[in-house]
Ligand binder design. Structure first.
Ligand code: FUB
Length: 327
């Protein structure tokens, strides 16, 4: 018998999954996760432990329905420019086509962002022959605004190589700002009409504190690390992300999808495992946080599982902070 989905429990247990990007397509929930592979290789700050090679797309007819694995939707052997590490993906829909956006290392070991398309939200997806020109780093998240514009947010520190692009070209030994210097923000670019190229940008997003000053690199509880997500609530843009080294999911808001954003608070306290990565989606009349932890492997960083839980707003638009192992 199929297992019905429950909050705070792994959506699937037959494979390891992470980095869930959830969307409502065709009236159902579709979840686009990474597919973690087991191995005995090194676990380090470069992210060598995350050796993913393909994507499996999940769906749920309803929030408490069984979670279906639709099988392999895209494998790196079918993407000409990829050498390894297909990390956190996202998806979008426009004019009868579904788009899968994914980061991976190119043949030179540099992270780039690619696109693949399908007529079916569960794939299989056909990749474009090359990565998006001008793309770099990891963790693409695509946001379709009410006015028809599409934005792609991306970037990740350390293994995600964002520090190496501060001059606009790849500098292999570049390090990030430190201490009191402004932290690096995620990148945003407007996508072209066909969603296959950058139309404007990319440009760096500024995240400010309550006094209007940029968050500093030393402010590891609040500064951007990786895993951006964008959603809109009550006419505000909510940029949420992981703080990486301090393991929080946090958010900042703005009236403009390109910012600057003002830091507002925490969404989720640390989970089991080093990484924390999420998406936020409205389904029917409720909002949900999709996230992952390493509980399915008793804490092995690269053997993760995707989960969801309800997300609630306060009357003033702030998000109620959640503790992952409490209801
Ligand atoms: O899954 C590989 C990487 O780990 C993702 O790209 C990051 O966001 C982190 O979850």
């Amino acid at each position: 018998m199929e297992k019905h989905s429950k909050p705070n429990e792994p959506l699937v247990t037959h494979i390891f999954t992470a980095d869930p990007s959830a969307h409502v397509f065709e009236g159902k929930l579709y979840i686009y996760p990474s597919h973690d592979l087991d191995h005995n290789g090194p676990d380090n700050d470069n992210g060598d432990q995350y050796k993913m090679e393909d994507y499996h797309i999940l769906s749920m007819d309803d929030i408490d329905a069984p979670c279906i694995d639709h099988g392999e939707a895209l494998h790196m052997k079918d993407v000409p420019w990829v050498s390894k590490q297909m990390w956190a993906p996202d998806a979008a829909y426009k004019n009868g086509t579904y788009y899968l956006f994914f980061p991976a290392r190119d043949k030179d070991g540099i992270f780039r962002i690619g696109v693949a398309t399908s007529k079916n939200p569960a794939g299989p997806f056909t990749p474009e022959p090359n990565y998006i020109p001008g793309s770099f780093s990891i963790d693409p998240a695509v946001f379709m605004d009410d006015d028809g514009k599409a934005y792609i947010y991306f970037g990740g520190l350390w293994g995600g190589q964002l520090e190496k692009w501060q001059t606009g070209t790849f500098v292999p030994d570049a390090t990030g700002p430190s201490g009191d210097e402004p932290a690096l923000g995620p990148m945003v670019a407007e996508l072209s009409d066909d969603l296959l190229t950058f139309q404007n940008g990319p440009q760096e997003i500024k995240i400010l504190d309550e006094n209007g000053n940029p968050l500093t690199a030393g402010d590891e509880d609040r500064r951007y690390f990786e895993g951006p997500w964008m959603h809109k609530y009550n006419d505000y843009y909510y940029l949420s992300y992981s703080t990486g080294s301090t393991h929080y999911l946090v958010y900042a808001i703005s009236k403009d999808p390109k910012g600057p954003f003002t830091y507002k608070g925490r969404i989720l306290e640390p989970v089991i495992g080093w990484t924390t990565h999420h998406s936020i989606v409205q389904f029917k009349d409720k909002w949900y946080l999709f996230y992952h932890d390493s509980s399915l492997s008793n804490g092995v960083n690269h053997k993760r599982c995707v989960k969801y839980r309800e997300l609630k707003y306060n009357a003033d638009g702030t998000i109620q902070t959640m503790k992952p192992y409490e209801d």
